[in-house]
Design a protein around this ligand. Structure first.
Ligand code: ADP
Ligand code: ZN
Length: 597
C-alpha cells in the first residue's frame, strides 16, 4: 500500500485516495477480484492503474471503445507511465511492437478491445506474458438489459478460467441492481469484493423547467453562466439538432451538430473538435456521448425530455467529471411528451416492453414536476437515500409555488382504491371527472363514491396530481402489468386524512430569472482570473504541439490552483494537486515563467 500511495502522490500528483479507492487498490493488490460501482468522474481509473503498476507484470485493460483508447493512453504517457493499446486502428507493425513489449514486460498497462482480447493469437500471447491484473472497464456492457450491450463481453469469463491466479477488477458507472447482478453472474465474479459508491454527483446542479421560449432561455443561460465553456445540448430530433446548432452559431457560439444522419467524417470531426478545443458546444441527439471522457464538460442542456430517469442521469452525468461545478439544465415542452409517447407506440416491441417504457417516461415526468429536492428524488430512484435536501438544485434554490393538494390527492388515491387498483391514469381521471363512457358503465363505476367528485380540476391538472403522487411515492405504476396504478404503504396516512400534502403549481409560462451562478469552487479574484486565462492559453499551445486534448496536460482545477497560489519554485509547484513528477519536469518551468512574468 505504501508503494500505491507513493504512485498516487508522485506519479499522479494527488494528495489522497478518495471514496473507496484505497480499499479497492488494497483488494486487488492482495490478488482478490473486485467489482467497482462508482459514478462517472468518481475516479475509477486509478483503481486499476495503480495496482497494475505496483503488481508484477502488465495490466490488461478491456475497454469497449477503440476511439477512447488513444486519449487514455496519452494521459498515462503524460504522467510517465508506459502505456499502449492494441486495436485495429493501428498498422500491423505497431501492433506487433506492442505485443512484443507485452511479452518482455516493457510496458505497464495495455488497453485492448474485447473482440481482440478473445482471439487465439492474443490469448496465446497472454499465456506467455506476465499479467498483473485484468481490468474490465464499462462492465455493464455484459448486460443485455443495459444500453450498451456487447456480445463479446459475455465471453470474458474465459479470463477467469484461463488465468485463475490473475485478479480481475470490473468497473461500471451503471447504478441499478439488475445490471450489477448480471455482471457478477456473467463475469463469474461471485467471490469478488463489491464496492458501491454513492451515485450522487454533488457538483452537478439540476435545473428543470417547462414552458415556452426554451431556445432563447438556453441562449441566455449559456451567456450568463457558460460563456467560453464546453458543453452538450441534447435535442430529440435530427432536424432540431441542425436548427439549434445553426441558430446558436448565428449568435456567435461555436456550436456543432452531431447525429446519426451526418456522414461519419463530419461526426468524427465534430467530436474531435469538441474534445480538443475549448469552448465548443455540441448540439446532438443521444447518439452522442457514449464514452465521452472529456472531464471539463461544464454543462449538459436538454431541449427535450429524456425518455427515462436512467437516461437523464446518464446524459447529465457527462457534465463535470472533474468534480468542478457543472450545470444540468433542461427545458421541455408538452410536445416532447407527446412525441416520446408516440415513439414508444411506434416501435415493434411487445406490449410489456412498451408499458415499461411508458412507466419510465412517467417517472421522468414525475421528476420534472417535483416541488421537493430533485437530487433526493433522483437518488431515491436508484434506491439511495439522501437525508437532507441538497441545496444545489432548482427546487432547493428557488422553491416553486405550491398549493394545498391534500383533498385532491385523497380523491385521486381513493379513486385508485375504489376501482380496485386495476386501472391507469386516463381511466381514473375519467371517473373523477364523471365521464359517461361505455367502459365506466360496464364496470359500474358510475355508481362509485368517487365518480364525478373531481370537477374542480381539468384533466390536465389531474394528470399533474397523479404524476406528482407517483413521483412522491404514494402510487407506483405497475410496469409489468397494464400501466395500472397501485397504492403504496406511504399512501395510507394521506388517505386516512392524517397527513397534509403540498403539490407543485403548474407554471403556464416560465419567466427568465437570473440564476445564481454555479462557478468553480476555487475563488478566483479578477487578477487570478486573468492569470488563469493566460495559463489556459499556454496549456492549449502545449496540447496542440503534442496533438492531445488540453486536459491531458493539466485539468482546469490544477491551473486554477496555480493561478491562486502562484508558486515561485518547482518545489512549490509540485505541491499542487494534479502535478506529478513527470508533468512537473515536462511543464513546470514554462508555467513558472508565465506566473513570474
Ligand atoms: P471515472 O472513470 O470514474 O469516470 P476518472 O478515473 O476519469 O473517473 O477520474 C475522474 C477525475 O478525477 C480524473 O480527472 C482523475 O484524475 C481525478 N481523480 C481520480 N482520483 C483522484 C484522487 N484520489 N484525487 C484527486 N483527483 C482524482
Ligand atoms: Zn435539491
Amino acid at each position: 500500500m505504501q508503494r500505491a500511495l507513493d504512485i498516487l502522490n508522485h506519479t499522479f500528483g494527488y494528495h489522497e485516495f478518495r471514496h473507496h479507492q484505497a480499499d479497492i487498490v488494497k483488494t486487488v493488490l492482495a490478488g482478490q477480484d473486485a467489482l467497482v460501482l462508482m459514478p462517472t468522474g468518481g475516479g475509477k481509473s486509478l483503481c486499476y492503474q495503480i495496482p497494475a503498476l505496483v503488481r508484477d507484470g502488465v495490466g490488461i485493460v478491456v475497454s469497449p471503445l477503440i476511439a477512447l483508447m488513444q486519449d487514455q493512453v496519452d494521459a498515462l504517457l503524460q504522467v510517465g507511465i508506459r502505456a499502449a493499446f492494441i486495436n485495429s486502428s493501428q498498422g500491423a507493425e505497431q501492433q506487433r511492437l506492442t505485443e512484443q513489449a507485452l511479452l518482455t514486460g516493457d510496458v505497464d498497462i495495455v488497453y485492448v478491445a474485447p473482440e481482440r482480447l478473445l482471439t487465439d493469437r492474443m490469448l496465446d500471447i497472454l499465456d506467455r506474458a506476465k499479467i498483473s491484473l485484468f481490468a474490465i472497464d464499462e462492465a455493464h456492457c455484459v448486460s443485455q438489459w443495459g444500453h450498451d450491450f456487447r456480445r463479446e463481453y459475455q465471453q470474458l469469463s474465459i479470463l477467469h478460467q484461463r488465468f485463475p491466479s490473475v485478479p480481475r477488477i470490473a468497473l461500471t458507472a451503471t447504478a441499478d441492481g439488475r445490471t450489477r447482478d448480471e455482471i457478477i453472474a456473467q463475469l463469474d465474479l461471485g467471490s469478488a469484493a463489491v464496492f458501491v459508491n454513492s451515485f450522487d454527483r454533488p457538483n452537478i446542479r439540476y435545473t428543470i423547467s417547462e414552458g415556452l421560449n426554451s431556445r432563447d432561455r438556453l441562449l441566455s443561460f449559456l451567456n450568463q453562466e457558460h460563456a467560453g465553456d464546453a458543453g452538450i445540448v441534447y435535442c430529440l430530433s435530427r432536424k432540431k439538432v441542425e436548427s439549434v446548432a445553426e441558430w446558436l452559431s448565428s449568435k456567435g457560439k461555436i456550436a456543432l451538430p452531431y447525429h446519426a444522419g451526418l456522414p461519419v467524417e463530419v461526426r468524427q470531426l465534430h467530436q474531435q473538435r469538441f474534445l480538443r478545443e475549448e469552448s465548443v458546444v455540441i448540439v446532438a441527439t443521444i447518439a452522442f456521448g457514449m464514452g465521452i471522457d472529456k472531464p471539463d464538460v461544464r454543462f449538459v442542456a436538454h431541449l427535450s425530455l429524456p425518455k427515462s430517469i436512467e437516461a437523464y442521469y446518464q446524459e447529465t452525468g457527462r457534465a463535470g467529471r472533474d468534480g468542478q461545478p457543472a450545470n444540468a439544465w433542461m427545458a421541455y415542452g408538452l410536445q416532447d411528451v407527446i412525441t416520446l409517447r408516440q415513439m414508444v407506440l411506434d416501435t415493434d416491441a411487445h406490449e410489456q416492453f412498451k408499458r415499461a417504457q411508458h412507466g419510465k417516461l412517467e417517472s421522468m415526468l414525475g421528476l420534472c414536476e417535483l416541488s421537493s429536492c430533485r437530487r433526493q428524488a433522483l437518488l431515491a430512484y436508484f434506491d439511495e437515500t439522501l437525508s437532507e435536501p441538497c441545496g444545489n438544485c432548482d427546487t432547493c434554490l428557488h422553491p416553486p409555488e405550491t398549493w394545498d393538494g391534500t383533498q385532491s390527492a385523497r380523491k385521486a388515491l381513493s379513486c385508485v382504491f375504489r376501482t380496485g387498483q386495476r386501472f391507469g391514469v386516463n381511466y381514473l381521471i375519467d371517473v373523477l371527472l364523471g365521464k359517461d363512457n361505455e367502459r365506466i358503465q360496464n364496470n359500474l363505476h358510475h355508481k362509485l363514491s368517487t365518480y364525478g367528485i373531481g370537477e374542480e380540476h381539468t384533466g390536465v391538472e389531474w394528470r399533474g396530481v397523479y404524476r406528482q403522487l407517483i413521483a412522491l411515492g404514494y402510487l407506483t405504476a405497475d410496469l409489468e402489468g397494464h400501466g395500472t396504478l397501485l397504492l403504496t404503504e406511504k399512501s395510507r396516512p394521506l388517505l386516512r386524512g392524517e397527513q397534509q400534502l403540498q403539490l407543485r403549481k403548474q407554471r403556464k409560462t416560465e419567466k427568465t430569472r437570473k440564476e445564481k451562478t454555479n462557478r468553480p469552487q476555487v475563488d478566483l479574484s479578477e487578477d487570478d482570473d486573468v492569470l488563469f486565462r493566460v495559463l489556459r492559453g499556454h496549456r492549449l499551445s502545449l496540447a496542440r504541439e503534442r496533438g492531445v486534448p488540453s486536459y491531458v496536460i493539466f485539468h482546469d482545477r490544477t491551473l486554477q490552483e496555480m493561478a491562486v497560489r502562484r508558486p515561485e519554485s518547482l518545489a512549490e509547484m509540485g505541491e499542487i494537486s494534479g502535478i506529478g513528477e513527470h508533468k512537473l519536469e515536462a511543464f513546470g518551468e514554462s508555467f513558472l515563467e508565465l506566473i513570474t512574468a
